[in-house]
Design a protein around this ligand. Structure first.
Ligand SMILES: Nc1nc2c(c(=O)[nH]1)N[C@H]1C(S)=C(S)[C@@H](COP(=O)(O)O)O[C@H]1N2
Ligand SMILES: [Mo]
Length: 412
């Protein structure tokens, strides 16, 4: 069992790295053609006619829009190809899922969070006690750190959340002065193991990280109680950080000091959150268990799992405008700490980046749509990649070509 887990885990890791280093590579045409109306951003194309959508190539046929599998291995990838300005808040039933509700999840009635560790008065906090403190937290995007080409990059969604700041909880237990950080864990007992992940979700945050991100315990998503698959009755949302930190089915909040070890969950996600002590040599030296070989040993040495500024094409529309074929690439821009007006795009590694034509980046808490018209000179395969011309701004995944997508253009 351990050997299997280890092998598939390394498979994941190697796959992810290969994706980053080699780019898209595969030649099998995949994806799906969908008919999508241009939406309001297509107004400049009002003289023309939308002929169709060119599917992305070489991405396989991972199913979109329906939940597959169960428990730890359960997934739902959002179909991004139809995004319009009107659908930038993901309906609850479409919001991506990474890990469906554990089959051993107890009834949510009387759900309690054990708050303990370096506190004066440990206690069991009933979710009911938090509900009156829950307020609108605004729209926040969540992206899985394992949001890959293989899943058509659909492990990303945005919702309007309601919740209570995590400090509401901490204020009730008299935190001791030696406490430096907060371990948040969720229920994770599944009867079926999964080859792709290690069960048990928990992350350690410093007080400063909880404060500056505005982390909150969410009770509602788009005005309805959160569904079981999304963490009912209570989950953590850490704005601006990867989904792996957004613990679902929260059942423990433990106050810890600087010596707290990194959790298995943190170590599983060390590579995907760009931790320093994570390197190829770590895995060449065979170690008994995966989590021990990845990432820093101590939670305090983990870097924040922030989502850098990133951009991804979500569809390529084929138009007929005044007798000419014109393509319109539509995509999303998200992550980062500051907005940008310097988004650039290129259509092959040997082409220069040019400014993206149309978008208005107003917020980093959720995604923004952009579009760009394009008239390729000849038929063939093109690799669409984006960057932002923002010296000094971290864009680790964009820099690695992680979000590059290929299209095969047949008509020019
Ligand atoms: N208890 C628990 N919480 C968890 C996980 C998990 O496996 N167990 N997965 C995490 C990961 S990796 C992601 S990306 C998000 C996904 O949240 P969603 O399924 O509601 O989209 O939940 C996080 N919270
Ligand atoms: Mo994730």
């Amino acid at each position: 069992m351990r050997a299997t887990t280890r092998r598939s885990f390394l498979g994941h890791w190697l796959g992810a790295i290969a994706g980053w280093l080699l780019g898209v590579g595969a030649s099998r045409p995949g994806g799906r053609a969908v008919a999508v109306a241009g939406g309001s951003a297509a107004q400049s194309f009002s003289e023309g006619k939308l002929l169709g959508i060119v599917p992305f190539s070489g991405e396989g046929d991972y199913p979109l829009g329906t939940a597959i599998g169960s428990g730890l291995g359960g997934r739902l990838s959002l179909d991004l190809s139809g995004l319009t300005p009107d659908t930038l808040i993901t309906p609850n039933e479409k919001f991506f899922i990474r890990t469906r509700s554990p089959d051993q999840l107890p009834s949510a009635e009387n759900w309690k969070i054990a708050v303990r560790g370096l506190v004066e008065s440990p206690r069991e906090l009933a979710v009911e006690e938090l509900l009156p403190q829950a307020v609108s937290m605004g729209v926040h995007l969540v992206e899985c750190a394992g949001n890959t080409r293989g899943g058509h990059f659909g492990f990303i969604s945005a919702a309007h959340w309601t919740g209570a700041p995590i400090f509401e909880v901490l204020d009730r237990v008299n935190v001791l002065p030696q406490a430096k950080a907060v371990l948040v864990s969720g229920f994770d007992r599944h009867s079926q193991p999964d080859t792709g992940s290690v069960p048990g979700a928990s992350w350690v945050f410093t007080f400063e990280q909880l404060q500056s991100t505005g982390a909150f315990l969410a009770t509602e998503m788009n005005g309805a109680r959160i569904s079981r698959d999304h963490g009912y009755p209570i989950r953590l949302i850490v704005p601006g950080w990867y989904g792996c930190t957004c613990i679902k089915w929260v059942n423990q909040i433990v106050l810890v000091d600087d010596a707290a070890p990194a959790t298995d969950h943190m170590r599983e996600f060390a590579g995907r959150t760009f931790q320093d002590a994570y390197g190829p040599l770590d895995f060449l030296v065979a170690k008994p268990r995966i989590p021990e070989t990845f990432g820093p040993r101590l939670a305090k040495d983990f870097k924040p799992a922030t989502v850098d500024l990133a951009a991804l094409p979500v569809r390529v529309e084929r138009w007929l405008v005044n007798g000419r074929i014109i393509y319109r690439v539509v995509g999303i821009l998200w992550g980062g700490e500051k907005t940008t007006d310097r988004l650039v795009i290129r259509f092959n590694p040997d082409m220069a980046y040019v400014p993206v034509h149309s978008y208005h980046h107003e917020t980093n808490t959720t995604w923004t749509l952009w579009s760009h018209s394009w008239t390729p000179k000849r038929a063939g395969r093109y690799r669409i990649q984006l960057q932002a011309n923002e010296p000094g701004v971290l864009m680790r995944r964009l820099g690695l070509g992680y979000y590059a997508r290929d299209v095969d253009i047949k008509e020019v």
